[in-house]
Design a protein around this ligand. Structure first.
Ligand code: SAM
Length: 230
């Protein structure tokens, strides 16, 4: 069973995210186990402080090295398993990274807050740094949640039939192109009809239409993916 550790100052938020939808289903099916660690349990004072002012001055607070390193030591991540710092400066998280992490037995995520973490955390415990995009959140919890959801849904048996991933966007096997357009009932809504072929029952033609739809959407919305393919 895959083990996912998350170090955070907001364990309740993280527990909620991890009990939601298929993330919760995955743990109920014993496909994954979550271990949410409250960073404040590793603070050294009665106020459970985990941040301090930066050396050299300037605004903002920095997450201290001691509680983070000791939280990781308490977890004892298995040898060679990724210890991932969420950070806007990290490698961009994408579907191929999600696949790599999905093949790991154990993952440990460190959620930053404030101005970020003491640089020594990177040297002492972090093995990889991951960003979910070129923007700045106030903390790593939502970023960790996004990564974990993308990873866990790749595990076999997590998804039911209602949410198949075979045709998902960004999959290498389908040359990174986007998923096709979908329609459901009613067949007509305020003059907008479902494409005729989709109600024809002709599966060969439907398959052809879906491939073409994927390609057209990719050309229009993400032409960079087609360049990546060639
Ligand atoms: N001073 C940092 C910088 O400009 O690079 C930003 C710190 S941010 C306010 C606080 C924490 O939120 C970070 O330590 C990180 O854990 C998380 N975070 C913010 N944006 C993120 C992103 N795009 N991807 C992943 N984590 C992010």
């Amino acid at each position: 069973m895959m083990k996912i550790n998350v170090i955070t100052i907001f364990p309740d938020v993280m527990e909620n995210i991890l009990s939601m939808g298929m993330l919760g289903v995955a743990s109920k099916k014993s496909l994954v186990t979550y271990n949410v660690v409250n960073l404040r349990d590793f603070a050294k004072d009665k106020h459970r402080t985990v941040d301090d002012e930066p050396y050299g001055g300037g605004g903002g607070m920095i997450m201290m090295v001691t509680p983070i390193v000791e939280a990781v030591e308490h977890i004892e991540p298995s040898q060679d398993s990724p210890v991932i710092l969420l950070s806007p400066a990290g490698e961009r998280f994408d579907q191929s990274l999600a696949h790599r992490y999905a093949s790991c037995e154990e993952l440990t995520f460190i959620c930053g807050r404030y101005k970020g973490v003491d640089e020594r955390v990177r040297k002492m415990v972090v093995t990889e740094e991951v960003s979910i995009g070129d923007f700045v959140l106030s903390g790593g919890e939502l970023a960790a949640g996004a990564c974990i959801e993308a990873i866990v849904r790749l595990k076999d048996e997590v998804l039911g039939n209602e949410d198949t991933r075979d045709t998902d966007s960004f999959e290498k096997d389908r040359d990174y192109i986007l998923d096709c357009a979908y329609y459901t009932r009613p067949e007509e809504y305020r003059g907008h009809r479902v494409p005729e072929v989709l109600v024809s029952g002709n599966h060969k033609e439907i398959e052809k239409w879906r491939k073409m739809s994927s390609l057209r959407r990719t050309e229009k919305l993400r032409p960079d993916l087609l360049k990546r393919k060639s």
